[in-house]
Design a protein around this ligand. Structure first.
Ligand code: GAL
Length: 860
């Protein structure tokens, strides 16, 4: 077992068992291991690779989570798709090169690993839990197939007990296969999420075996209900002390004469603990005869309510005890299971909209794909945490996990850091959007996929809505409404506490055929101009911008003249950062803001997208080398674009925002009109160019939504020097200022780390932004030098990205060209505590070094 990394050091478990002195306790009734190391990987279809005797000595050794395609190289021939995208209003099929990122994710890949289980024997069970495997996973233990799961985004588990060898030396093999034209974005490839091995006794709580709800929440008390599933070996019956056991009535073929020997008495003891381990409620409940589910109820006084601003969590620590009905023995601990939860109430009400803990609020949300930019689809908690940290600063409070189930780590972080989630299932149902997409599995798998999605995540306080689909063509296909009802009913059956939504784009069809009317919460994609009509026609009395804006921009790139445009293209494959360019089906942010602010029944919005992602390089999806999106509020490196400040000014009420654009280094533009915008939460401001006032602008309603949310000086003539804005509060007092200066020649590199103290856990990451600056410290906004990185000490270079959607440099090599003067390098901590140094150099520039510290976290 040495090579397994123990996941839970279960503090409190031993103590709890010892306290219950009448019980014979095994402290380690459950062991859970993350299978991260010692994996072997190879590409190609290798029919014998499942067999234990197969030699994988020549295969690559990899760590899981692993994305086999992220290392590139980029190539326009990878998943070249000739398609007509109906949703984008295209009239004919066209060749799209970077649609899925231009990375080599198609094909078959194999993973193999030893599974050493020396102490495994009778009375034990072993389960493999995959958080997600891309895709079409066939899982083999000792050469025998234990199961198959096609959908690459879902979590699934297989009981492998009966496949294990008595000598404890086992071989695990996983075959994955990705088809061409199976996606609209970069899906990633391989075992890109964690794989867990869970070993329990054979009387145990199965995977996702608890369902915790909070049926009543007030400031004074909360009622908590916990339903816990219990599994017993075949031939065993659950009995209850003192109750008559109906053996004859049992259909279990193993029950017959001498059945009393096979009856087990079970008891579940659950403590509700606060985050610091204080027990605030307990229950000790004998299981009812024959019932494999134990219902427990608790009352928590003065509960600390969960919200995005106060993400307080509790944990239900359940201990399952067993005793043979006949034997004169004591109860013994057979399993321990933890259910982390939050106490909150929410409502979606006609006319009133959404409220959390009685407080009305609107979703300030973003949609995000699952990839982590330069890390690809391989999940990393530190990378997710950084995304959420950046989104908090932005003032966002919600995420829609488009268009699939997220990594479980994201859901846990949303609980901890305070984000409300819409967890989404599918991008298509029965009618395909892409040739080899989910439609091929829909009939057989959709119920299983929805069940796993809901069961995995239904105890998380962050989840407030389930989405059954995004822009599914079944919105208008015959029978589509029936499918929607079926899926919504499955969700209701699995979780009656949360409503169901879907992202709809086919307004006329969905509103007239009953599709939109049957959803608990109607979600519209890019339809602000039709919200009022939808409200009038639909029965729900509320609606949501499930996907909004899709404004495109490239960080730090500004195009002239400054005009509002749809599907605008430029020869350099970039989009302008004046935030006035969108796609033909979408809008600028401000157009949505108007409808959010003026329509009281609007539940809020989910902007497409928080972060740029690999694939879908609209408006250049026919123009290689573009291969990642332009839609993000943050670029692919996680560096904010100007648009970040437009949303932050609106969403982050706790911090002042005052941001000027564009940059002010425009040799050759002297005397030419160069509009200046300020994104701010102050109501008005005055602009100065080289000290000369350009007048004061005040936000005001007009036919032009931009004037309500931005301050714009459209007639400014460029001259080198500086632009400075002075902001005034509502009383007219000058309260803040911001200045941007013309930069001189590139002089040095400056490194800025998001964190300088990392955990020495082999996983933690620091994102170091490199800026090329002039001698005075101004960003050189057009600098493109290639930076070279070197990491020494207790860490390693992990990846680099510059946010340029056309850049074909691979992410994992320690060099990259700056894009608009910047990029972000990622350093990964090793397992040794110590100092890590990142050094950046480039010809003609003064280099820079930054030092980070890593340390071992306190071990329980
Ligand atoms: C939507 C779609 C998203 C993305 C977006 C780009 O229609 O739901 O997945 O394609 O358009 O604007």
């Amino acid at each position: 077992m040495k090579d397994f990394i123990a996941r839970y050091a279960r503090r409190g478990m031993l103590a709890g068992a010892l306290l219950a002195s009448s019980l014979a306790a095994t402290a380690q009734a459950r062991r859970e291991y993350l299978l991260t190391s010692d994996w072997k990987f190879a590409l190609g279809d290798l029919p014998d690779a499942a067999r234990p005797e197969f030699s994988d000595a020549k295969w690559q050794t990899v760590q899981v989570p692993h994305d086999w395609a992220i290392y590139g190289p980029f190539d326009s021939r990878n998943d070249l798709q000739k398609v007509r995208i109906e949703q984008n209003n295209e009239k004919e099929a066209k060749t799209k090169a970077g649609r899925t990122g231009g990375l080599p994710f198609i094909g078959t890949g194999w993973y193999r690993r030893r599974l050493e289980l020396p102490q495994f024997g009778p009375g034990k069970r072993a389960v493999l839990l995959f958080d997600g495997a891309m895709s079409n996973a066939h899982v083999f233990v000792n050469g025998r197939e234990v199961g198959y799961w096609p959908y690459g985004y879902n979590s699934f588990s297989f009981d492998i007990t009966d496949f294990l060898r008595p000598d404890g030396r086992n071989t695990l093999a996983v075959r994955l296969q990705n088809q061409p034209e199976s996606s609209r974005w970069y899906p990633g490839a391989g075992l890109y999420r964690n794989v867990h091995l869970i070993v329990t006794d054979d009387v145990y709580i199965p995977v996702w075996g608890t369902y915790l709800t909070t049926p009543e929440v007030t400031a004074d008390y909360a009622r908590v209900k916990l339903a816990t599933e219990v599994a017993v070996p075949p031939g065993r019956l659950i009995g209850r002390k003192g109750a008559e056991i109906d053996v004859k009535g049992s259909h279990d073929e193993h029950i017959g004469r001498g059945a009393m020997k096979k009856v087990l008495f079970l008891r579940l003891d659950t403590d509700i603990q606060t985050a610091d381990g204080q027990v605030v409620a307990t229950s000790s409940t004998p299981l009812e005869s024959g019932l494999p589910v134990c219902e427990q109820a608790f009352t928590i006084l003065q509960p600390q309510l969960w919200s995005p601003e106060t993400p307080t969590l509790y944990t239900a620590v359940s201990r399952l005890y067993v005793k043979d009905a006949r034997a004169d023995t004591a109860f013994r601990l057979t399993d321990e299971y933890q259910t982390r939860f939050g106490i909150r109430s929410f409502k979606f009400e006609p006319e009133k909209g959404f409220s959390l803990n009685g407080q009305p609020r609107r979703f300030k949300g973003v949609c995000n794909h699952h990839d982590l930019g330069p890390l690809g689809a391989a999940v990393n908690t530190a990378a997710l945490r950084r995304q959420l940290t950046l989104l908090k600063e932005l003032g966002a409070d919600a995420i829609r996990t488009t268009h699939n189930m997220p990594a479980p780590e994201l859901v846990s972080l949303a609980d901890e850091m305070g984000f409300m989630l819409i967890v989404e299932a599918f991008d298509e149902w029965k009618t395909p959007k892409v040739k080899n997409g989910y439609s091929q599995y829909f009939d057989e798998w959709s119920e299983k996929d929805v069940v796993n999605m809901v069961r995995r995540d239904r105890n998380h306080p962050s989840v407030v809505l389930w989405s059954i689909g995004n822009e599914v063509p079944d919105q208008w296909a015959p029978g589509g409404t029936k499918l929607a009802r079926r899926l919504q009913d499955i969700v209701h059956r699995e979780d009656p506490t949360r409503p169901v939504t879907a992202g709809m784009d086919q307004f006329d069809a969905a509103v007239s055929n009953g599709f939109a009317a049957l959803l608990d919460v109607p979600g519209f994609n890019y339809k602000p101009h039709r919200y009022a009509e939808a409200y009038g026609k639909l029965p729900q009395g509320m609606l949501m911008g499930s996907e909004t804006a899709s404004t495109v921009s490239s960080r730090g790139v500004y195009k002239f003249p400054v005009v509002k445009a749809k599907d605008k293209q430029y020869p350099d494959n970039q989009s302008s950062s004046y935030d006035l360019e969108a796609s033909n089906w979408s809008q600028t942010p401000d157009e949505e803001f108007v409808m959010q602010d003026d329509l009281p029944y609007n539940l809020g919005e989910f902007v497409w997208t928080g972060f740029d992602y690999l694939g879908e390089p609209w408006p250049y999806d026919e123009k290689w080398p573009s291969h990642s999106s332009y839609f993000g509020i943050f670029d692919l490196a996680g560096i904010p674009k100007d648009r970040y400040y437009l949303y932050r000014a609106r969403w982050n009420a706790n911090k002042p925002t005052l941001h000027l654009l564009p940059h002010w280094t425009w040799p050759g533009r002297e005397g030419q009109t160069t509009p200046v915008f300020a994104y701010t939460n102050y109501p008005s401001a005055e602009l100065f160019v080289n000290g000369v006032s350009q007048g004061r602008q005040t936000k005001a309603s007009s036919d032009q939504p931009q004037t309500r949310y931005r301050l714009m000086w459209n007639e400014v003539k460029y001259q080198p020097g500086s632009i400075k804005v002075v902001a005034y509060d509502a009383a007219g007092k000058a309260v803040a200022e911001e200045e941007v200066r013309t930069a001189g020649k590139p002089h040095h590199i400056r490194l800025v780390a998001d964190r300088t103290n990392l955990a020495a856990d082999g996983q933690d990451l620091a994102y170091v932004t490199a800026r090329i600056e002039d001698a005075q410290g101004n960003l050189c906004p057009e600098a493109t030098s290639q930076l070279q990185f070197k990491v020494s000490g207790a860490g390693r270079f992990r990846a680099v990205a510059n946010g340029d959607a056309t850049n074909l440099e691979v992410f994992h090599q320690p060099r990259m060209k700056a894009f608009q003067g910047m990029l972000a390098a990622i350093v990964q901590a090793s397992e040794q505590a110590g100092e890590v140094q990142l050094k950046a150099t480039a010809p003609g520039l003064k280099g820079a070094t930054i030092t980070l510290q890593t340390q071992k976290k306190a071990v329980d």
